[in-house]
Design a protein around this ligand. Structure first.
Ligand code: ADP
Length: 703
């Protein structure tokens, strides 16, 4: 049976191999064992019931709360040649009857329904007449009152299955299940908990970034301009913020949609549709947007504000990169958000235990924002998937910025807050520091303060950003409430007493690196859009971005070669192959790409890693500053490239970089102050020993 499952995976979906967990789940389902599968978003849960559906005689019933998704899912299945349908509240009475009739004639392999249908006895009686062999329970955590999306109708599933004369197998699937929720799912559905299949929570194609102390609107504007052709979601906490970000992006001429509960149903549906159809690339939304968005080519998810807990964050951020391509999840952190979330939790009607639980969850979210170790490992640990591994691409793993001492600036800000009686907010403090003539400020006589105008050469925004940074580092406290006031924390007081030095890293520069061959990729994307419009389906239903990328890589010019691309099954090859091949052929002619070049492109790795280019130049005699200049990189980046190259090169002569005597001195210093941080090591050593030399020794000895 597994052989057939593998053959069908290729035939219908165009994939060569099952992903981790899929094969085990399918094997269990095909042998008639009730099964629970816990896989991360984008892990490929749907295939776990869709492939069995192609093999089992009879119908697979899928219970899913995501009504908005059903149509897309059914459209996708029709495109690959698996006859499917759905029944939900969007259909008329007659349409429902017609579909039930067709189901009884054996015209469909898969039927999607919403759980609320199970409230109707007459509908259950109709289901009893169908040959239902498998019941797949999607978003199975909705069955548990411990979960965050409890749906009472899910409790009816067990009874339904007991009443069905066909004695179907049950498959429960979810991406979010704490141990308690997992037990609940298994108990409710009669699944043996021991045999639950969990593939872990890791999403290795996502890189997580936390950006602190930067102007958020500036960051977003810059980022979107850089990634103008990519699809992404920006989550903001309130309708007002959604409107603010949307307007800012519109001003920059970016086609952007917005989505929040304040819009009419029609408007929301229209905006969502435009996003799914790739008519707009960026969606700015509250967390009302996303449940049921299965768009696979979302390349980035930016949180304009911090959500209230890690569960929400991971679920929302996880909407990036469902197609498995590299994608980014960026949290724009501002310490004030913690206060706001705390305020909201405290205002809620939770009982004391729940309140405590929510505050603790908020604290974890805050810890994530402040942590300096691998962000992906932090997430995995939070969800009980213990990991010490370093992803190598989150903002902490790649952080190469140098820090600068800003103690004096910090002291100016802190003393200004104290002189103003700790009774004002950020804008007022920044106004005093920049020497504004604001009327209110003059009324309070703040122009007579010694700190008035000390930053008069800076902009209000620049000083505001500095205040944000000092807040995120907990030198400044922010009071709860609607108009947060700035105070100086105990830690801040130590700065004023010269007991703490304040360091700030250079601003984080995150740039999206476009993959090769964007010209062809864009042409294929245009063709995909045309086909999708003709068929009235979203573009990702025709092909995912990862299929288009694979086509750019393989450059197939025959139907046979076309079939080899990831995500191309028989039916799609027959329906769309010709048109795509035509575009690729033309592209190859225009660019005179010969077969050997394609061969070597696909066999050798596409891109030479950046560090190798720097390393090679260095080995060929260029100096670090020359390489930095010619490559447009900063010197620290080039230094790190060289060290990475050196570690990979067994023949590298370390003593030419750091003479033995200096190496020994550095090792001694490490013995005294440890190897955690560079600065204490540097301070132990004569000033002519550079950070680069210290890093080189650490790399060489593998610390
Ligand atoms: P989930 O429901 O777990 O969030 P999906 O079922 O929507 O994830 O699958 C996510 C993406 O991964 C889809 O684009 C799907 O086609 C793709 N996919 C699933 N299984 C495989 C596989 N074995 N090989 C390659 N891609 C796969």
């Amino acid at each position: 049976m597994l052989t057939q499952a593998r053959a069908n995976l290729k035939k219908y979906f165009g994939y060569e191999n099952f992903r981790v967990g899929q094969e085990q789940i399918i094997e269990r389902v095909l042998s008639g064992n009730h099964t629970a599968g816990i896989m991360p978003t984008g892990g490929g849960k749907s295939i776990c019931y869709q492939i069995p559906a192609t093999i089992l005689q009879g119908i697979t019933l899928v219970i899913s709360p995501l009504i908005s998704l059903m149509k897309d899912q059914v459209d996708s299945l029709q495109q690959v040649g698996i006859p499917s349908t759905f029944i939900n509240s969007s259909l008329s009475y007659n349409e429902v009857n017609e579909r039930m009739m067709d189901l009884s004639y054996g015209e469909y392999k898969i039927l999607y329904i919403a759980p609320e249908r199970l409230e109707s006895e007459s509908f259950i009686n109709e289901l009893k007449k169908l040959p239902i062999m498998l019941v797949a329970v999607d978003e199975a955590h909705c069955i548990s009152s411990w979960g965050h999306d409890f749906r009472p109708s899910y409790l009816r599933i067990k009874k339904l299955v007991q009443e069905l004369p066909t004695n179907p197998t049950i498959l429960a699937l979810t991406a979010t299940a704490t141990p308690q929720v997992k037990s609940d799912i298994c108990n409710q559905l009669g699944i043996n908990e021991e045999t639950t299949i969990m593939t872990g929570f890791e999403r290795s194609n996502l890189s997580f970034k936390v950006v602190k102390g930067q102007n958020r609107l500036d960051f977003i504007s810059h980022y979107i301009k850089k990634n103008i052709n990519e699809s992404g979601i920006i989550y903001a906490a309130t309708r007002k913020e959604v409107d603010k970000v949307t307007n800012q992006l519109k001003k920059l001429g970016i086609s952007v949609g917005r989505y929040h509960a304040g819009l009419s149903d029609d408007e929301r549906a229209m905006q969502q549709d435009a996003f799914l159809q790739d008519d707009i690339n960026v969606m700015v939304a509250t967390n009302a947007f996303g449940m049921g968005i299965d768009k696979s080519n979302v390349r980035f998810v930016i949180h304009y504000q911090m959500p209230k807990n890690m569960e929400s964050y991971y679920q929302e951020a996880g909407r990036a990169g469902r197609d498995g391509l590299e994608s980014e999840c960026i949290l724009l952190f501002n310490a004030q958000d913690v206060q706001i979330q705390r305020f909201l939790i405290e205002q809620s009607t939770f009982d004391p235990d729940r309140l405590k639980q929510e505050i603790a969850k908020l604290q974890s979210m805050k810890d994530y924002s402040y942590c300096e170790t691998c962000l992906q490992a932090f997430i995995l640990n939070y969800f009980g998937d213990f990991s010490e591994h370093k992803c190598g691409k989150c903002s902490n793993c790649i952080d190469q910025r140098t820090s600068i001492d800003i103690t004096i600036d910090a002291q100016i800000v802190l003393s200004c807050i104290i002189r103003m009686g700790e009774r004002f907010g950020k804008t007022m403090v920044a106004s005093v520091l920049t020497g504004s003539n604001n009327k209110k400020l003059l009324e309070f006589n703040f122009h007579t303060l010694t700190t008035y105008g000390l930053f008069k050469e800076r902009t209000l925004k620049n000083v505001g950003d500095l205040i944000d940074y000092l807040t995120s580092e907990q030198f400044i406290g922010v009071t709860n409430g609607k108009f947060p006031l700035l105070t100086v924390t105990n830690r801040g007081k130590e700065v004023l007493l010269n007991k703490i030095t304040v360091m700030k890293k250079e601003d984080l520069k995150i740039e999206y690196t476009n993959t090769d061959n964007d010209d062809l990729f864009n042409q294929l994307r245009t063709l995909r859009k045309e086909i999708a419009s003709e068929l009235g389906v979203p573009p990702f239903v025709v092909f995912s971005d990862s299929t288009l990328r694979d086509l750019c890589n393989l450059l197939p010019t025959t139907e046979e070669e076309f079939l080899k691309a990831k995500g191309v099954g028989l039916q799609k090859q027959q329906r769309f192959g010709k048109q795509f091949i035509e575009v690729i052929k033309k592209y190859k002619e225009d660019h005179a790409i010969h077969e050997e070049a394609v061969q070597s492109k696909t066999t050798t790795n596409k891109k030479i890693a950046s560090h190798k280019i720097s390393y090679e130049s260095y080995q060929n005699g260029s100096s670090i500053s020359e390489i930095a200049k010619s490559r447009g990189l900063n010197t620290v980046t080039v230094e790190n490239h060289i060290l990475q190259g050196a570690v990979e090169d067994a023949t590298f002569k370390w003593d030419e970089l750091v003479p033995n005597e200096i190496e020994n001195q550095i090792k001694e210093a490490i013995k005294i102050v440890g190897s955690e941080k560079l600065k204490p090591i540097k301070e132990e050593l004569p000033s002519d020993i550079t950070y680069f030399m210290i890093k080189a020794v650490l790399m060489k000895i593998g610390v």
